[in-house]
Design a protein. Sequence first.
Length: 477
Amino acid sequence: MSARELKNFINGEFVESRGNDRFDVIDPATEAVIASSPVSSEQDVASAFGAAKAAFETWSETTPSERQLALFRIADAMEARAEEFADVESLNTGKPRGTLVDYEIMPSVDQIRFFAGAARNLQGLATGEYVKDHTSSIRREPIGVIGQVTPWNYPLNMATWKFAPAIAAGNTIVLKPSDTTPLSTLLLAEVAAEFLPAGVMNVITGTRDTGRAMIENSIPQMVSITGSVRAGMEVAKSAASDLKRVHLELGGKAPVIVFNDANIEAAVEGIVGAGYFNAGQDCTAATRLLVQRGIHDEFVAALVAYARDNAITGAPRDESTMFGPLNNPNQLAQVTGFIDRLPDNADIKLGGKAVGGKGYFHEATIVTGLLQTDEAIQREIFGPVITVQVFDTEEEALTMANDVQYGLASSVWTTDFGTAMRASKKLDFGCVWINTHIPLAAEMPHGGFKHSGYGKDLSAYGFEDYTRIKHVMSFIG
């Protein structure tokens, strides 16, 4: 794979696009052009899906142990090249280089290994006679060819969440990374090619039009996307035209409820880490705080002080950097737009401005005084902006927490077990953390409700989403 002239990966090799258009890939920390990538045409999409369809005929017949071994080997190869993956990911996203191996590369390796194990642990009802003189059994089968689209905030992680369970289940895939961050996904395809038959994993680059062509292609039986609510709605509408299965992980607006009895020091440290990690470009980011009135003022003061000292944005290889730039100029404009449109009742306690010079940097920002109906509370900012609201009662906090269109993740900070259990029951979100926020485990499902989409990533539940269930009944009388 050339570092400058990128190609699609189709049928086991890098190939030139049949389209004429290309786009620049930009380093968000310096605004320098680091690569040129093809805008894949409908012909490229058809070629990739054709390769995946042909490969499915044999890959779907492999045993779980064969698929497991291939994934284990991919994971081992990624681990051996972890520093290379970290270099590529940092260059393409602007993320701090020093944290990438531990926080993103090795978790991806672990998740591939988890799905390798899942390939040999299919669950189902016991074979038996549920109707007299008839024996029933359940087959869990691969769905077929899968079309997948990943976002720019975690390029390698999201590619892992897509390809590993799909391939472990016996499917073949065509995956399109975001147009701003294709590098690590193409490197992953290069690594995986040594251990997978040609056509099992195909990667094409392009724009929204390329993604649209993928969804509209007649070959894939399922489409899976991680992205914005708008993109998810468009995919669902398009996929409905020929009843493709749809798997959606979309936006979030995670409430972080801090009760009077919370450990303020621990909460502040945990929330700053989970709010500004990856510049807040995370659907689960801890950016919408609800703090009980009894500790509100003390908590805000501690939050501002800790963030001022620790939530530092800067160059990816600067050891003092906690988070890097926003991914692209459009995202920086979105964040500054939210700040510019703040109502008069808003009080900016920290930050509030883009950082001048090269790169798409924005200061760590804290805003108080907002009302539940304000835009910055209701819509996903997807940047390094934390809002803080005040509440009086547990019931009020839960009402405010659930009063958004999203339902992906949430957290509760309290030392009272009963409070934590009541809140975890009432919160309308796919994940509830208690006295922590943002840790993920390969064994546990990740996915939301409402406008945050449906379907699960990670875990046995995420693996099952890439299978179909068949009932086989035999007359034995």
